[in-house]
Design a protein around this ligand. Structure first.
Ligand SMILES: [Zn+2]
Length: 141
């Protein structure tokens, strides 16, 4: 039992020496990786298996700390629906917002409430949680 605690402490200690900024970036990157596990564009249905590039799109912009690495704030989109196509989220954000709100009623309001949290984000804790989420979801694949 004592050894288990020691191992857990070692895992936690690995996260601590890094700067908050570096851990934040790692957390956001891992959240995107978890999102992309879906492998399908939730807007048009194109899949990674068909050879399409799959991206993770932030519903609430990444500048809001509490939702920046929240996997429920990410949506799996193909490159065309994310950034390159005429109807892409980044080309036509109002059209995208309308589609999102019709497809996922109420979700934007929940995310917006979380995003407006003014407390400081503990990026080490967020990253540890995401590592656990990654272990669970990547096993399902
Ligand atoms: Zn698409």
């Amino acid at each position: 039992m004592a050894l288990r605690y020691l191992l857990l402490d070692k895992k936690l200690m690995k996260c601590l020496p890094e700067s908050t900024k570096a851990t934040k970036k790692k957390a956001i990157d891992l959240a995107k990786k978890i999102c992309r596990l879906e492998g399908i564009c939730l807007k048009c249905g194109r899949t990674k298996a068909q050879g399409w590039r799959i991206h993770a799109h932030h519903i609430i912009p990444v500048t809001f700390g509490h939702t920046a690495a929240l996997t429920s704030n990410l949506i799996c989109l193909c490159a065309a629906c994310h950034s390159t196509g005429g109807h892409a989220a980044h080309q036509n954000p109002i059209e995208f917002s309308n589609w999102f709100n019709e497809s996922f009623p109420g979700k934007y309001d929940v995310l917006r409430t979380i995003a407006h949290n003014k407390s400081k984000v503990d990026w080490n804790l967020v990253y540890i949680g995401l590592q656990h989420e990654w272990k669970m979801k990547s096993k399902e694949e």
